[in-house]
Design a protein around this ligand. Structure first.
Ligand code: GLY
Ligand code: MN
Ligand code: MN
Length: 436
């Protein structure tokens, strides 16, 4: 496993030139005054180190004579470990995490300068940990103060994002393996929830089924707060209360996925709890499904990322026009975004160590082209809230359409010659959902 992190660091360091990268671990958040939340490492930090503790700093200095990779970690402390769990400690961090040098985090002020002084810039992400920002800026200012005497030192602070995130955007074989595992468990959880859901059950009971399946198979837990939205609740994109009783003719929208070793799945299905779509539900569902299938069909190397979204939008607009829910000229409706009261979000996002993963979608005017190793969601929807406000010049929505919310979401990996839908084990055709 360390080989994977080593390869990532080598690739990253190739891009640093004479720069030094400094990464800070995630803070350990507390609730109830002093009860600690489960720790979740910062994704950038984890990507390069695999080290899973708070109060740590990683330094990558490819130009340094001896120490290209340095960790600062919490020292062993038997009393504190009794309360909050074992620490790797300085000695073991060196062997287990393959750092060239490891120091106690208490030595940061003394030891960090030697890794900055010979560099020409510092790669760092400001704004994630204000206290540590101050520490780093203080070190940088010291370097700037001595620059006139020495003529060397970091004269720029560069955001680490573009350099690091272009690597994170293309998944390795090992990463794809974890994503497949997260997808597999999430697929099983959706199937379990679908079998369990029926009128009279509460949304939170369905949530419990999903999350039981996640933990039972070793996932860390939900990748994001599970959405179990019946009836009109499905028109709220990030509905998380999950406290309503499911009614006879409801659609149930479930948007849930788990994390496996920090890699995530993100799946949505919408189905009729009583086993049969109403005419209106069926008409809208057919549009969303076609939009999703046509968008996924675009996914292959060399295609602009936005083509999936553009395809889905066109199918949705044409479908809503056929139903009389939008009227006018297709091109104008798309250009002026008059469909947005029905479909207000993008068709997907990168997926990886973060659910909304890092990486660019566009390069100014130039499109970002899909390449093997990209993983993203394809998740079109139609939401007709009971209080929908249509765009100017568009017809009022008849009562019978109101309160229907539908989204279908799968996770798609770009392969060398096309794509692989990682989450296609959950049924989504009308026939399958009605035969459930
Ligand atoms: N579940 C969050 C999303 O689909 O983006
Ligand atoms: Mn989702
Ligand atoms: Mn998503």
């Amino acid at each position: 496993m360390q080989a994977e992190y080593r390869q990532r660091r080598e690739k990253f360091m190739e891009k640093l030139g004479q720069g030094t990268a400094v990464l800070r671990s995630a803070p350990h958040a507390v609730m109830h005054n002093d009860v600690e939340y489960n720790f979740r490492q910062d994704s950038d930090f984890y990507y390069l180190t695999g080290f899973n503790e708070p109060s740590a700093v990683a330094v990558l200095a490819p130009h340094h004579d001896e120490h290209r990779y340095v960790l600062f970690v919490r020292p062993k402390d038997p009393l504190k470990e009794t309360w909050s769990g074992l620490r790797v400690g300085v000695e073991a961090a060196k062997t287990e995490y393959e750092a060239d040098e490891v120091y106690s985090i208490d030595e940061l002020d003394e030891k960090l300068p030697q890794y900055l002084e010979q560099s020409d810039r510092i790669y760092y992400r400001l704004g994630r940990d204000r206290a540590f920002d101050t520490t780093l800026l203080r070190h940088w200012q010291r370097c700037l103060a001595t620059y006139p005497k020495k003529g060397v030192g970091p004269i720029a602070l560069e955001d680490i994002g573009p350099t690091l995130h272009s690597l994170r955007q293309v998944k390795s074989e090992a990463e794809i393996g974890w994503m497949r595992e997260a997808a597999k468990i999430s697929v099983n959880a959706h199937n379990r929830a679908m079998a369990f859901a029926k009128p009279g059950r509460f949304e939170y009971e369905v949530q419990a089924e999903l999350e039981h399946e996640f933990r039972l198979h070793g996932a860390l837990g939900p990748a994001y707060p599970s959405i179990v939205a019946s009836g009109t609740n499905a028109c709220i994109l990030h509905y998380v209360e999950n406290n309503c009783q499911i009614q006879e003719n409801d659609l149930l929208l479930i948007d849930a996925g788990c994390s496996c070793d920090y890699y995530n799945a993100d799946i949505t299905r919408t189905f009729p709890v009583s086993g049969r779509f109403t005419d209106e539900q069926r008409a809208l569902y057919s549009i969303v499904l076609e939009a999703q299938l046509r968008a996924i069909a675009q996914a292959k190397p060399g295609v602009p990322y936005n083509q999936c979204h553009d395809t889905a939008v066109r199918v949705i607009v044409e479908g809503l026009m056929d139903l009389g829910l939008l009227q006018g000229d297709v091109e104008e409706i798309i250009k002026e975004e008059k469909y947005k009261p029905f479909y207000m979000h993008r068709t997907g996002h990168w997926l990886g160590l973060d659910v909304h993963d890092v990486g660019v979608y566009q390069h100014g005017e130039a499109p970002h082209l899909l390449e093997p190793g990209h993983v993203f969601t394809v998740e079109p929807g139609i939401y007709i809230s009971p209080t929908i406000q249509v765009a100017e010049g568009q017809p009022e929505v008849d009562e019978r359409w109101r309160g229907i919310g539908i989204r279908i979401e799968d996770d798609v990996l770009i392969t060398s010659d096309g794509h692989d839908v990682l989450t296609d084990g959950v049924p989504k055709t009308i026939e399958e959902l009605e035969a459930r």
